[in-house]
Design a protein around this ligand. Structure first.
Ligand SMILES: Cc1cc2nc3c(=O)[nH]c(=O)nc-3n(C[C@H](O)[C@H](O)[C@H](O)COP(=O)(O)OP(=O)(O)OC[C@H]3O[C@@H](n4cnc5c(N)ncnc54)[C@H](O)[C@@H]3O)c2cc1C
Length: 197
C-alpha cells in the first residue's frame, strides 16, 4: 500500500506498508522504498525520487489482537494505543485515542472550584471518584469495532496472491462504479460518533 497526502507549503506526506520480516532495517531506506514501489504508477516514482533518505521512518506495526477485558482497573484507566493498538489501515488509532480522552474527561468531571482554587487549604484534585466502568463500557465496543474493521482493511491491502489481488481489485472497482454511495456509507460508523453531553 502506498498513500500520499498533500500538506501545507508544498510538502507531501507519504506512507507505505508491505508484508516484511519484523526487525529488519536497511542502510538506505529510500533505496528500499524505490526497489519496492519505484515501478508503481504516477506520482509514486517521482515522490520516492524526491525523498531525502534521512526523512524516512521505518517501523514494524504491532497491534493488540486479543481485546483487553477492560480499559480500567481500580482507579487507573488507559486510553489510546495502550488500550487498543490497532493496525493503521483505517487511519483511526489517534482518532480513537482522542475519543477516549473526551469520554474519560466526561466521566471524570471537572472537579469543583473550591477543590482546585489556590489558597483554600484543600489539595487540588478531582472531587468524586470517576466512573471508570462507564468509560470502559462506552469505549470498548466502539474501539473493538474500529480495530476489527482496521484489521480487515489490513488483510485486504496486504494480499499477496495474484488471483486474490485481481478479485479484490475487480470487486472494489465494480462496487465503486455501481454503488459509490454504498462504498462511502461503509465509513459512516467511523464518522458518525458524537461526544457525550
Ligand atoms: C504508519 C502509521 C500511520 C498512522 N496513521 C494514522 C492516521 O492517519 N490517523 C490516526 O488517527 N492514527 C494513525 N495512526 C495511529 C496513531 O499514530 C496512534 O494510534 C496514536 O499515535 C496513539 O496515540 P497514543 O498517545 O495512545 O500513543 P503514542 O502515540 O504511542 O504515545 C505514547 C507516548 O508515551 C511515551 N512513553 C511510553 N512509555 C513511556 C514511559 N514509561 N514514560 C514516559 N513516556 C512513555 C512514548 O514514547 C510515546 O511518546 C498511524 C499509525 C502508524 C504506525
Amino acid at each position: 500500500m502506498f498513500g500520499v497526502l498533500p500538506l501545507a507549503s508544498g510538502q507531501v506526506y507519504c506512507y507505505a506498508s508491505a508484508p516484511a520480516l519484523a526487525g529488519v532495517r536497511h542502510d538506505d531506506e529510500a533505496a528500499e522504498l524505490k526497489q519496492r514501489f519505484g515501478r508503481w504508477h504516477d506520482p509514486i516514482p517521482g515522490l520516492i525520487g524526491a525523498i531525502s533518505p534521512d526523512r524516512v521512518l521505518h517501523d514494524d506495526v504491532y497491534w493488540i489482537a486479543e481485546p483487553l477485558p477492560a480499559y480500567h482497573r481500580g482507579r487507573v484507566a488507559i486510553l489510546g494505543d495502550a488500550a487498543h493498538a490497532m493496525t493503521p489501515h483505517l487511519g483511526q488509532g489517534a482518532c480513537q485515542a482522542i475519543e477516549d480522552a473526551v469520554v474519560l474527561a466526561s466521566v471524570a468531571g471537572p472537579g469543583t472550584a473550591a477543590e482546585t482554587a489556590p489558597g483554600n487549604g484543600a489539595e487540588p484534585g478531582i472531587g468524586t471518584a470517576p466512573d471508570l466502568a462507564a468509560y470502559t463500557s462506552a469505549r470498548r465496543p466502539r474501539t473493538r469495532m474500529v480495530a476489527s474493521g482496521s484489521y480487515r482493511a489490513t488483510r485486504l491491502s496486504g494480499m499477496t496472491s495474484p488471483a486474490a489481488i485481481a478479485l479484490r481489485n475487480t470487486g472494489i472497482r465494480l462496487a465503486g462504479r455501481l454503488a459509490p454511495s454504498l462504498m462511502l456509507r461503509q465509513m459512516d460508523p467511523l464518522a458518525s460518533w458524537t461526544p457525550p453531553l
